[in-house]
Design a binder for this molecule. Structure first.
Ligand SMILES: [Zn+2]
Length: 391
């Protein structure tokens, strides 16, 4: 392992401004070229949005399932954050490397790209797949697209490790998350005639009160102590509506978020809220005015990662990364999407999730070193073709 080369590669990666709202194709093309140079077979999968693409590369035999190492290429914005140095220029201080994406998750990608030539030289019996996705931080469209292609491919990966920052601990479960825009349309009249109007603001409030009551029922229904908040959660993070104090509001819009425990589907939780709207609220609104409405628009919906699907994989990987216990996290990852198509997936990568998305995000050099060592050990096992990933 050449740590200086890993750091140099990380410097190149963070210099690509791949904030999710912007194209990532320059990074993808650059990584594809690098991987091709060491003999990998690469495929760039273009997304619907211009300038967005996934990369899928294979090193080793193509006729059998391999181990996929996966990272998202996009990063969260830096706008409004107070950085001590340019977030798109890697800055080293006291054993830490600062830049947007250094932890989440270009540090992992740098380790993987730098390990690729060693994988190529090792004559792997079991192949390595390297996947870089787009839009993980917004709607996970990239991984959805990649997974859809994988699901119909003749050979799909035997297992996957997603290198989100977990301080190199194996994470076997995460919550699912879904976001919806709820649009309430009322009927506008002068508020002195309020019984002839329908206030969209007040109807939205009714839905939110119902969601809060639903939270209490969810708390009583299921509990998983592996998560800091041990229940499925429903949350309203933003609301906007109405125009004046003396007009019943024509429109009100709010953002609803559902974070699900493994085994719970966000669609089922949303279904309860929809049923309340359809059966109770909307008939009352329509009785006053026929042009009232409630619409739910899905912004993203990512399934949870269920540890029941990756027991063998976790047991095989834990001794190799130097941690003999597994964890669970409350933040969303792409892992549940891969699990849905039958690819056992765990999360394990360098850096601390607590600095991700923050100003002065950093990864410790020691973490990159630990990750590179882990990849080398993985490579030795893949060369011998003896990683017991199935089950
Ligand atoms: Zn991430």
């Amino acid at each position: 392992m050449d740590l200086a080369a890993v750091i140099e590669t990380l410097g190149r990666l963070v210099a690509f401004d791949t904030v999710s709202a912007r194209p990532n194709i320059a990074l993808i093309d650059w990584a594809a070229e690098r991987l091709q140079a060491c003999g990998a077979r690469t495929q760039v999968q273009h997304g619907d949005e211009p300038g967005k693409a996934n990369l899928f590369a294979t090193i080793g035999p193509e006729d059998r399932p391999g181990l996929m190492l996966s990272g998202h290429s996009d990063v969260v914005p830096v706008a409004g954050q107070a950085w001590s140095s340019d977030p798109f220029t890697l800055a080293g201080r006291d054993g830490r490397l600062y830049a947007r994406g250094s932890a989440d998750m270009k540090g992992f990608i740098a380790c993987v790209l730098e390990a690729a030539p060693r994988f190529a030289r090792a004559r792997l019996r079991m192949p390595v797949h390297i996947a870089l996705s787009y839009n993980e931080e917004t709607n996970m469209r990239g991984m959805r697209q990649l997974a859809a292609q994988m699901a119909t491919a003749p050979v799909r990966p035997a297992a996957c490790i997603i290198g989100e920052p977990t301080s190199m601990q194996v994470v076997i479960a995460n919550k699912g998350s879904a976001g919806y825009r709820v649009k309430v349309r009322g009927h506008s009249v002068h508020s002195s005639l309020r019984d002839q109007g329908v206030s969209a603001v007040e109807c939205a409030a009714e839905i939110i009160v119902f969601a809060n009551a639903l939270q209490k029922r969810l708390n009583a229904a299921a509990r998983h102590d592996g998560f800091e908040f041990p229940h499925t959660s429903v949350h309203v993070g933003r609301i906007e509506g109405g125009t004046a104090h003396n007009i019943t509001a024509k429109d009100c819009e709010f953002l609803l978020e559902i974070r699900t425990l493994p085994g719970t589907r966000s669609a089922d939780v949303l279904g309860e809220i929809r049923a309340y709207c359809d059966d109770v609220l909307l008939p009352a609104m329509r009785a006053i005015s026929a042009d009232t409405a409630i619409a739910f628009e899905e912004i993203f919906d990512t399934p949870a990662l269920d540890e029941r699907g990756n027991v063998y994989l976790a047991q095989a990987i834990m001794p190799l990364c130097g941690h003999l216990s597994a964890g669970r996290v409350s933040f969303g990852t792409e892992a549940g999407i891969l699990q849905e198509i039958g690819v056992p997936t765990i999360v394990c990568g360098p850096g601390d999730i607590r600095v991700a998305h923050q100003p002065d995000e950093y990864v410790e050099v020691a973490q990159l070193e630990a990750c590179s060592r882990f990849l080398d050990v993985l490579g030795e096992h893949l060369a011998r073709g003896e990683l017991p990933l199935g089950g």
